[in-house]
Design a protein around this ligand. Structure first.
Ligand code: SIN
Length: 282
């Protein structure tokens, strides 16, 4: 039962998750091809809420999941992660009693080390622990907007380096990936980006990939980056989503970050992720 309904949409039901970030979406069955009308409402809700949580879902067949992702654009190939057998477009999220690490344990925007980082990511969880295994999201528009004007002026023209060698080298060896000879991506992006569809400004730095503000000394860069990381991760800008089996989350990497909580070892959590290519941040 949807208690609070956002009446902007005609073909889906949306319940805001928090005033500025996230919405639960009802009355859509993602296990089948959806209508153009529903697609158009979903695309609008995605821009309005930044992360959508599709509730009451059945398991989405891999080809339907891929086709849904492709309605938003070309799909992104992850530079390091293993893919699902027979479906190179699908990245399997998995942690169990044998895992030494779990995916996305630190705040990040997916693969921000790419020159053209992903627009968005669609994750459906099929196996969830009895409790825990939540995913947190934070609002990078709000993080930017809450900065004082002098700090906005300071960071307005700065660029940052986003690296991945430290993260990806050997990361998936336990899942059979041999990365000998692989060169992992590094990119330079503006510290503040303008969302290409909403025109809103968002902070675009994260603890996982961003290593340096290029125009500052190392010491200055460390101070400013830590200030911006703390600002982004402020509790006022966060939400925390608790998964039910077959929930599907779809987040906008251009204006929100996320962090997966691995508090459920030795239990298992498993899902499938499709990622959509984005453009070069400006
Ligand atoms: C990720 O894609 O970063 C992992 C998210 C999650 O497992 O909740």
């Amino acid at each position: 039962m949807v208690k609070v309904r956002d009446h902007k949409y005609q073909f889906i039901s949306a319940r805001p998750f928090a005033p500025n970030l996230g919405a639960e979406i009802y009355d859509v069955d993602l296990s089948k091809k959806i209508s153009d009308e529903q697609f158009s409402d979903i695309a609008q809700a995605f821009l309005d809420h930044q992360v959508l949580f599709f509730k009451n879902q059945k398991e989405i067949p891999p080809d339907v999941h891929i086709a849904f992702g492709k309605r938003f654009g070309e799909l992104h190939a992850h530079p390091a992660a293993p893919t699902m057998k027979g479906y190179p477009e699908i990245f399997e999220i998995h942690a169990d009693k044998n895992s030494k690490v779990a995916n996305g344990e630190f705040w990040h925007s997916d693969v921000s080390c790419d020159d053209e980082p992903p627009l968005g990511t669609m994750l459906q969880i099929h196996i969830a622990p009895d409790c825990g295994g939540d995913t947190m999201f934070c609002d990078m528009y709000a993080a930017y907007e809450a900065l004082s004007n002098p700090i906005k002026e300071l960071i307005g023209g700065l660029t940052a380096t986003h690296e991945s060698e430290h993260l990806y080298r050997g990361r998936y060896s336990d899942r059979g990936m041999d990365d000998t000879g692989t060169i992992f991506p590094t990119a330079v992006h503006p510290v503040v980006r303008t969302h290409p569809e909403t025109g809103r400004k968002a902070l675009f730095v994260n603890r996982t990939f961003t290593t340096r503000i290029n125009e500052l000394s190392v010491d200055e860069s460390n101070v400013v980056l830590n200030l911006l990381f703390d600002q982004a991760e402020h509790i006022n800008h966060q939400i925390r989503f608790n998964w039910s089996i077959n929930d599907m989350a779809f987040w906008d990497n251009r204006c929100c970050m996320h962090r997966a909580i691995w508090d459920y070892w030795p239990e298992e959590r498993k899902g499938r992720r499709v990622t959509i290519k984005g453009d070069r941040p400006k």
